[in-house]
Ligand binder design. Structure first.
Ligand code: CA2
Length: 154
């Protein structure tokens, strides 16, 4: 049994409580429960962490990299929030733990929004990018990591 880390960046703690037209009415706790169910069905576990602080997210990526190396962690599902569009430090952290797979998720279609949301510092370091599927994108990302697991059914 291995673990997937679900990582969420700034303001995603507000999910489901505000701006439902953009982000839907599912809460972050609901998202975590959904992802946990998908992992458990495949015989794995899920850990979740949300932070509004860039350094805390970086620390979790570093420790995920160690745990990936030891075979304890399958990879990371990450919605970096607005840090997506600003953070060279997150790019460096993710490339620093290569080849740990990290799936970048955005609930909204960032390409249909303001121009400043069209560029991601994270995408070039990510194993995959899921954009605009709503909160369902998180479970798609979890499934993509599960399929990469050693001994995953083909
Ligand atoms: O679409 C996404 O998932 C985003 O990563 C969400 C970020 C935004 O800055 C990115 O451009 C795209 C914002 C997260 C804020 O989440 C809220 C949720 C509910 C209410 C208010 C904020």
């Amino acid at each position: 049994m291995s673990t997937i880390l679900l990582l969420n960046g700034p303001n995603l703690n507000l999910l489901g409580t505000r701006e439902p037209a953009l982000y839907g009415s599912t809460t972050l706790a609901d998202v975590q429960a959904l992802c946990e169910r998908v992992c458990q069905t495949a015989g794995h576990s899920l850990e979740a962490f949300q932070s509004n602080h860039e350094g805390a997210l970086i620390d979790h990526i570093h420790s995920a990299g160690q745990r990936f190396k030891s075979g304890e962690l399958l990879g990371v599902v990450f919605n970096p929030g607005a840090y997506t569009h600003t953070s060279v430090a997150l790019f460096d952290a993710i490339t620093g733990v290569a080849p740990m797979p990290l799936m970048e998720v955005h609930i909204s279609n960032v390409h249909a929004r303001e121009a400043f949301r069209h560029h991601s510092y994270v995408s070039p370091a990510a194993a995959g990018v899921i954009i605009g599927l709503g909160v369902e994108g998180y479970t798609v990302a979890v499934q993509a990591l599960l399929r990469r697991a050693p001994n995953a059914p083909r």
